[in-house]
Design a protein around this ligand. Sequence first.
Ligand code: PLP
Length: 642
Amino acid sequence: MNRISVQHHHADWTAERASDLYGVEYWSAGHFQVSAAGLVQVRAGFGGEPATVNLLDIVRGLHERGLPMPVLLRIENLLDAQIAQLNQSFARAIAQSGYRGSYRGVFPIKVNQQSQIIDEVASFGARFGHGLEAGSKAELLIALASLDVDQGYIVCNGYKDEEFINLGLMAQKLGYRIFFVVETPAELPLLIQCAQQAGVRPRLGARVKLSSQVSGHWNATSGDRSIFGLTSMQLIDLVDELKAHDMLDCMEMLHVHLGSQIPNIRDIRTGVMEACRYYVDLVREGAPLGNLDLGGGLAVDYEGSRSSHVHSMNYSLEEYCLDIVEVVMSVLDPHQIPHPTIVTESGRALVAYGSVLIFNILDVTRFEAHRLPEHIADTEHENVRNLWEVMASVTFERAQECYNDAMFYRDEIRDLFRRGQISLRSRSLAENIHLEILQRIKTVIIGSEDEYPDLAGLEEGLADIYYGNFSVFQSLPDIWAIDQVFPIMPIHRLDEVPSRQAILADITCDCDGKIDRFAWDGELHNTLPVHPLVDGDEYYLGVFLVGAYQETLGDLHNLLGDTHVVSVRINADGTFDYAKEVEGDSVADVLSYVEYHPQTLLQKFRDSAERGVRSGRISAAERQQLVELYATGLRGYTYFER
Ligand SMILES: *Cc1c(COP(=O)(O)O)cnc(C)c1O
């Protein structure tokens, strides 16, 4: 691994170097930058020069408003910008290629169901006719209430029961452009029956299972083993069944979903090509179609490596749109089939950028010796004295040897301690000396780690632990569940050298509640460069691109609840407004989620305190104080409050 030894560049450190180190240019899609003063800024475009706002200023304003960390910041402008870019990129690709169809996006509600997000998608998307994709009854209810009748498509995926279908059919009567995508053969009879009863010709789609295999984390079950979609045999049955009911003209959409976060553009091309082959033959079978829904998959470069790694992508949005348009034309044109409306269900790429989790660091553990004595007593155990000698002899040439000796004596001493032959005080001294030896070795080999392959893990093993005021399980579940990588960096002090290497621990006290995979300097690392804490000053880290999938997948591990969510709108003059504040869960809230009744708890505790007064253990005044503390605790934020 080609580590940057940041310690070596104190003199010429600049905020620009920090920007390179954390790869801001590569993952931010132009939405974030580092100022010369070392602050992370969000950029919002208004035609001319973009307006920029320091994240730190937003955080300070929140403190003044009594909203402490952690906070999930939503920047409305970025969602707006992403919707515009997706629609405009398709429009450009269509114009450029002479494509004779149009583009219609639908946002899959499951990617972020929060009402504020859906409201924003609906209002920012209105000018492009952007619609919504619903995968369940609840999501259809959201879609119907969020879109105007003639605004955009509503694509219904997932298993649909009678209630779901009837609601959709009635909504179609009202004028909504609803597509029922048939996912399994079992759905069809019910659909036909409900449609006949309602006297509506439904718009049907057929979801086909592609055999193209797609790489990436989510896509192991793509291809034949995909759990959704019709096989070619089932598709032919569907066509015949519709023909038999004189309903083949209802089949207005072909739907495929290649998977999510597809890092390699080749997989997208291959999948679209296969989808188009189905399209051609379904048209030949007599289905009108007219809409080709290519599902999700448009990736986000979380890692900033512009590669086909799972958390990255090797293509741009422009390329994605152009490739799709070109492939569709290349397959359909030889058959003189009219160009369909291209639909995509891009979710991640629209909402990821707009949300940033910001938290403060509460404490640091360093793996360094402290209070080493000047001399070692002759009465110390021989092994401890040997360790002391090793410490004095650390040089570049002897690094490996010293390391081996240090490990040997330390293990011997631990053994002796277990057998009761050495005191706790001696063991503590030995551990201290051992840490000092490792630190000295790390220092002497810096920059030449390649010469000592066996010591490669040393820096990581000695990394600090920074304790952050957040919960991985609540706010970043994909880090825990699927080893997702998000860009993480300090949001200030970037004009100072980040001279420490750290892993991050959250406040759940769970050994899984940590982050130890970071993308920076173009690669994945197990530690993150951070700044030493300054006494009395808060230190803030931001986790970026967290707008997709994180919020509703989060859970109440250790009863840490929802964080505060604050929506910010940036104005063209560089000012900003706090558009909306949603207070995070209080302790009483999370307790009620697990079926406690805060009032009952308080009453029980009050009774217990009352018994304490009666038995003379506390005074009546103390009882009052205790009950007050308990009640305040119930009202409080579930996170660490200063
Ligand atoms: C999850 C999902 C999407 C969203 O995919 P992204 O990769 O987030 O754009 C789209 N369509 C269907 C059917 C899905 O299940």
